[in-house]
Ligand binder design. Structure first.
Ligand code: 9MR
Length: 576
């Protein structure tokens, strides 16, 4: 199998910010510097220079050169980069390249909503669908859901929330990360200079049914999941009261395609877990402080739930979801929860200012540890979430502590910058196969989030420029010459694995909406389709835009939440 990788000059197919970095990669046999030229839509030469030979790139196995045309800063559309007899895909230079990506990436969450009719007037008629999983036949959930055998003797109403990904499961652990990132995208507008007070994320900025209700739409979207997370809590008077069920999903795996409203499988609650309980505690604590100005009663409900969940987790610190529990839904197992404790204590401290949470926070092994992994934070490793919020959200932390915490963010960002400089494709991850795993596109963005936060803290443009380079990789500057975001770039992913979208499985279905991110190259080839198609692939080539490949090409809330965060940050960079 030979993928069609198009022109050998690789660019960010969407575009570059006028004052930002402008980098490209040439795949070539040449070992000496090559001349390049930047051309306008009419063929005029706008800039020219010589490439830098980089040798063989570890992640792709290709001999490559890099091109830096950052010095050219004039806006334009339909530009191309020409080198070695090849013309790149066209791109723009514009201060608004990312503006629409902010709303497109957030729109994905509305498309993933469970328990509500999806309104075609808001999202496009092709995406309209009836409410799923409200207990209307043939659905069997999610308003009166029993537990798996032997897990509990009660039933819960756990309607709502977002479908996790291409399946119809709803997992508290992963929902927690996505909710954090949406809430944090909003919270950033309160502290970041370039966010201009958050007007772009206010009410009436997204196509959601709640628009115009006086609450910022991104909070309305996050609330759809928060209400679900709160419903997953074990009721008072029951065993493990205050803990949170790990997940709810179908008893058996279903096939593609399947409209949520047509899913006939029994739905079941899986055992409460410490990780899920702390994910709810952390995000409910964020909810309590962010909703206070808009809906005091909801903020109070969140605050109470966060406190009771945290206390329950402390009383039950080692209830782990089983790695074997992956029939009908993903396992999302995690047997190290010290990071979840740290994150939840941080959020509760930031919300309440109470000493007991500060005590737990400072006693955590993560408080002084390096929490920023070279390969990004994820649903399983969440200490960075607490650290980023401690660095950015105003609190009563002593000044020296705050300084130390902020220095840990910029220190990690410096390491990601060094990695970017090392990579011929400019991504902030090491070049070996270990960086290409299931959902790594989300982790790549999460490293960009750390870079962007370092920029917010310091105003030093090198950090913003690092975040931009990470996006270059996702939007086309890569070995496959593909943009991993549907609808964005000349050649983009559009056949992501999903039961709800995808005309590869049913010609009457639309592909995922614009702004949907694919999981990305995964050298472990963890689905039968890529295992058969791509044996021996170089890491950056271990991806295919086919609906069958769930381990490289699925949509998911945790990677789209990363995309929404960074798109919102980049849309704010008007001066770059
Ligand atoms: O993103 C998850 C990845 O980190 C795991 O390695 C993988 C296998 O357990 O599962 C991924 O999450 C999937 C989940 O299990 C079920 N819904 C779809 C998720 C995205 O592919």
């Amino acid at each position: 199998y030979e993928p069609d990788t198009g022109p050998r000059v690789r660019v960010n197919q969407v575009g570059y910010l006028p004052g930002g970095p402008k980098n490209a990669t040439i795949v070539t046999a040449a070992t000496e510097a090559l001349p390049w030229r930047l051309t306008s839509a009419t063929g005029a030469v706008l800039a020219s220079g010589r490439s830098t030979p980089r040798g063989v790139d570890e992640a792709s196995g290709q001999n490559v050169h890099s091109v830096d045309f950052s010095a050219y800063r004039t806006a334009g559309t339909g530009l191309t980069l020409v080198a070695d007899g090849e013309t790149s895909h066209p791109f723009d230079i514009s201060g608004t390249v990312y503006d629409q990506l902010r709303s497109d990436s957030l729109q994905f969450f509305y498309a993933q909503r469970s328990g509500i009719e999806i309104d075609g007037d808001l999202i496009g008629e092709e995406y309209a669908r009836p409410a799923g999983h409200l207990g209307v036949a043939p659905n069997q959930g999610d308003v009166d859901v029993p537990c798996q055998a032997g897990v509990c003797d009660y039933r819960l109403d756990v309607r709502g929330g977002w479908y996790d990904a291409g399946d119809h499961g709803k997992y508290v652990v992963n929902g927690g990360l996505a909710t954090y990132q949406l809430l944090n995208t909003f919270e950033r507008t309160k502290t970041a200079a370039t966010a201009d007070g958050g007007a772009a994320l206010g009410d009436n900025t997204l196509r959601v049914p709640e628009r115009g209700n006086g609450t910022p739409d991104i909070l309305d979207e996050a609330r759809w999941e928060l209400e679900f997370l709160l419903r997953m809590q074990v009721p008072t008077g029951k065993p493990l009261a205050g803990m949170v069920h790990h997940k709810i999903h179908d008893r058996n795996w279903t096939g593609l395609p399947l409209d949520p409203a047509d899913d006939p499988e029994p739905r079941e609650l899986h055992p409460p877990s410490t990780a899920a309980t702390l994910n709810m505690a952390a995000t409910a604590a964020q909810c309590a402080r962010l909703f206070a100005p808009y809906d005091a009663a909801f903020a109070t409900r969140c605050g109470t739930a966060a406190r009771t969940a945290y206390a329950a987790a402390k009383a039950n610190p080692a209830r782990y979801a089983s790695p074997a529990d992956s029939t009908g839904g993903g396992a999302y197992d995690d047997s190290v929860v010290t990071d979840e404790f740290y994150w939840a204590a941080a959020e509760l401290y930031l919300t309440t200012g109470e000493q007991k949470y500060l005590t737990d926070l400072t006693a955590s092994p993560h408080h002084t540890a390096d929490v920023f992994d070279a390969r990004g934070f994820s649903w399983q490793g969440v200490a960075a979430l607490g650290r980023l919020d401690l660095a950015t959200v105003p609190s009563g932390l002593p000044a020296a502590e705050r300084t130390r915490i902020r220095a840990s963010v910029t220190g990690a960002a410096d390491e990601y910058l060094a990695e970017i400089a090392d990579q011929a494709y400019g991504l902030p991850m090491p070049g070996d196969a270990n960086s290409y795993f299931w959902g790594a596109n989300g982790n790549i963005i999460n490293n960009a989030v750390v870079l962007a936060t370092a920029f917010d803290l310091t105003g030093d443009a090198k950090y913003r420029d690092g975040a931009v380079q990470a996006m270059d990789y996702l939007l086309g500057r890569n070995a496959l010459n593909i943009s991993y975001v549907t609808g964005w770039g000349e050649h983009h992913a559009k056949n992501q694995h999903s039961r709800m979208f995808g005309n590869q499985s049913d010609p009457s279905l639309p592909n995922p909406p614009a702004g949907s991110l694919a999981g990305g190259a995964n050298a472990a080839l963890q689905d039968p389709f890529v295992a058969a198609l791509l044996p021996g692939c170089e890491p950056m080539f271990c991806y295919v835009d086919d609906i069958a490949s769930y381990s490289t090409n699925e949509v998911a809330i945790n990677w789209n939440s990363a995309l929404a965060w960074i798109a919102s940050f980049l849309a704010d960079q008007d001066d770059a």
